[in-house]
Ligand binder design. Structure first.
Ligand code: WT7
Length: 650
């Protein structure tokens, strides 16, 4: 037997099979922080008490709260009157092990060496950068825009904001300049932190041009640039070099002591309307949710290394790539680049080289790797993995089994974590020490969280019957505290339908007492795990001068889950590949390539009801080759036949 085969054979089994489902093995139970199923009923008896106990034990507070939970719907507060600093919880309290690694950064170019940052080193950098921010007038409650790729400075910048009580607003680096500008304007940030670029699939990808254009004619006074491609960043006028600024300041910055309910960050996400919403997260509640879900879901111990593949521009990147592992005092791995560079073995080599223990990714990535030659996986030793996670969209049985067997070697629990940008941390999944691990089944609400599946009127549905997933009071500590500067939108989106329940907009049903998620019930699609509102994309396309009107529908896709398809009625111009290309480019400019339609059909008319509503349902039936129903309600039923013809001939 060769060495690799031996290693694989030796690897500990963390699951056992019983009655066709997987359960934690004795080895898993033995190490798990939480293996007693009674935790659910105990927490359910008094959820506030449960969270209070956890907060006392797990977080470092400057002053304990006066009131555990207070609710004046649609708003609620956790740990009211409590005082803490988030950065202290991530760094200062771990300084007794200052030489322990906190973060491993892996650059994409293979000739560049990975860099390890100890808690002590990170502490020094964060303190310095906090002082840089202060020097340029940033203080408590100010919004700072961050437009950074997966570089260590992203972690430094985020933590520095939390150290001084500034509110970070991170924008995904693949989003367009216009998308960034809209988010800067909404938050009225004075400082923008960006980089000259990053490496993607072997090439430098510029970022600065987009950042500059976005900052023009906004509130931005200074742009702090991380030199990633070049040795130095351009300086002068608005521009500052991240590294140079770091040298000029003091190495200690006193943490700003915050109220638990003070806003810590905002993150924009798509809803059913055309404009992204700034989701507001607080300090103490978010810290609690991030801390405990990282610790219990991933069963993360101090010496463990977690790799969450999500970009920092998304909530998963915030909570599990950046903050969660530090809150529990363990290690996180941050990878800059593409999954298949320089070859499809990159991710798996990375797990082998760094001995990753917790691996967290999205079904879309799993489906992509299912298509490649298995040799790219088999050649690596993945026996360091203990827990695997899936997030972002429903996972099908085939992908689940593939993930379980090929990546987990049939040894590791998979936790299928359901949550949203709005919830800050996971809310539904199985705990690795408790189980069971059932393909496509997300599991149970986290201890202390009450979920229910209800009908249109908010009445619970019978077990096994499909319905709408809602959240009941008390709302989980990590949940949102509003939409930034938009109370109306907050109420309309989450509280209008059920008043006393938080509306998740997801469909679900129970099976053997566990929750299975069926997907969004609104006009939000998940494209390669990225959340996209059809209205947002329609707005972008409508803005082109050639376009009269347009409708977007999701088309099922083997790797990405869903892709947007556009139906466009032209005002000017000639339909054809030229214009299709132009409109796709236009979407890149307005939102970013993640939103680019897979196909654009130019049609004469869109199916509409008497009140003028576009019937996307009918368009969806046409592209999925189903028989469109409900043509009777249309004012222009003849449009359907013509569209069918166009779709069939292209
Ligand atoms: C939507 C939220 C916060 C995680 C990253 C996505 C879908 C998320 C699952 C899952 C089925 C899932 C839901 C949800 N979703 N996790 N495990 N199984 N669906 O955050 O971009 O805010 O999207 O993602 O539809 O509403 P997001």
């Amino acid at each position: 037997m060769n060495k690799l085969a031996k290693e694989k054979k030796k690897a500990v089994k963390y699951v056992t099979r019983k009655n066709g489902v997987f359960w934690p093995s004795p080895a898993m139970k033995k190490i798990a922080f939480m293996s007693d199923p009674r935790v659910y009923s105990k927490a359910a008896k008094d959820p506030v008490k449960f969270w209070e106990e956890q907060a006392r034990e797990g977080l470092t507070w400057e002053k304990e709260w006066d009131i555990g939970y207070e609710e004046k719907l649609p708003y609620f507060k956790w740990f009211k009157g409590g005082k803490l600093n988030f950065c202290v919880n991530c760094l200062d309290r771990h300084l007794n092990k200052a030489n322990k690694v906190a973060m491993v950064w892996v650059p994409e170019p293979v000739n560049e060496k990975p860099i390890e940052f100890t808690y002590g080193q990170l502490y020094d950098k964060v303190n310095r950068f906090a002082n840089v921010l202060k020097k340029y007038g940033v203080g408590k409650g100010d919004v700072v825009s961050i437009y950074l790729p997966m570089v260590p400075e992203a972690m430094v910048a985020m933590l520095a904001c939390t150290r001084i009580g500034a509110i970070h607003s991170i924008v995904f680096s693949a989003f367009s300049s216009e998308a960034l500008k809209a988010r800067i304007q909404d938050g009225k940030a004075k400082i923008l932190i960006t980089s000259d670029g990053y490496y993607r699939r072997g090439k430098p990808e510029p970022l600065l041009k987009k950042a500059r254009a976005a900052a023009r004619r906004t509130t931005i006074k200074k742009i702090i640039i991380v030199p990633r491609i070049k040795k130095k960043a351009p300086t002068g006028g608005k521009y500052l070099d991240f590294n140079k600024e770091m040298e000029k300041v003091d190495s200690y910055c006193a943490p700003e002591i915050m109220n638990s309910e003070d806003t810590m960050f905002i993150l924009y996400t798509s809803g059913t309307t055309g404009k992204p919403k700034g989701i507001v997260h607080d300090t103490g509640g978010y810290a609690m949710q991030a801390y405990l879900t990282t610790k219990w879901n991933f069963d993360m111990h101090e010496d463990d290394l977690m790799w969450c593949t999500a970009d920092v521009g998304w909530i998963t990147g915030h909570t599990y790539a950046m903050y969660g592992p530090l809150l529990v005092g363990a290690k996180t791995l941050i990878y800059e680049g593409g999954p298949d560079y320089p070859n499809p073995g990159r991710w798996w080599k990375l797990i082998q080289d760094h001995k990753v223990n917790m691996f967290y990714t999205a079904p879309t990535a799993i489906r992509m790797f299912m298509k490649i030659d298995e040799k790219w996986i088999n050649k690596y030793d993945l026996s360091s993995i203990r827990i695997m996670g899936s997030v972002g969209e429903p996972i099908d049985v085939k992908s689940w089994m593939w993930y379980f067997n090929k990546i987990g070697g049939g040894r590791c629990p998979i936790i299928d974590t359901w949550w949203q940008t709005e919830t800050g941390g996971t809310l539904i999944n199985v705990l690795p020490g408790i189980g069971p691990f059932v393909p496509t089944v997300s599991g149970r609400p986290f201890p202390g969280v009450t979920k229910e599946i209800v009908d249109e009127k908010g009445r619970p549905v019978k077990p096994g019957k499909p319905g709408f997933l809602i959240q009941k009071s008390p709302f989980a500590p990590g949940m949102l505290h509003g939409v930034y500067n938009n109370h109306k939108k907050f109420v309309e989106t989450y509280w209008k339908k059920y008043k006393k329940y938080y509306d998740t907009s997801d469909g679900a049903y129970t099976t053997n007492g566990l929750i299975r998620i069926t997907g969004r019930t609104d006009d939000v699609m998940k494209v390669a795990g990225h959340r996209l509102a059809t209205a947002e994309l329609e707005n972008a396309i409508d803005a082109d001068k050639h376009v009269g009107e347009c409708a977007i529908v999701p088309l099922p896709h083997a790797v990405k889950g869903q892709v947007p398809v556009a139906f466009v009625v032209l005002k000017h111009g000639k339909p054809g590949p030229e214009l299709e290309k132009r409109l796709k480019k236009f979407v890149d400019i307005k939102i970013g390539p993640t939103a680019r339609p897979a196909k654009i059909y130019f049609v004469e008319d869109l199916p509409k009801t008497r009140s003028g509503k576009i019937m996307r349902r009918i368009l969806k039936a046409i592209i999925t080759k189903e028989e469109p129903k409900g043509l009777m309600t249309l004012v222009n039923p003849q449009s359907v036949g013509r569209i069918k013809q166009i779709v069939e001939t292209q």
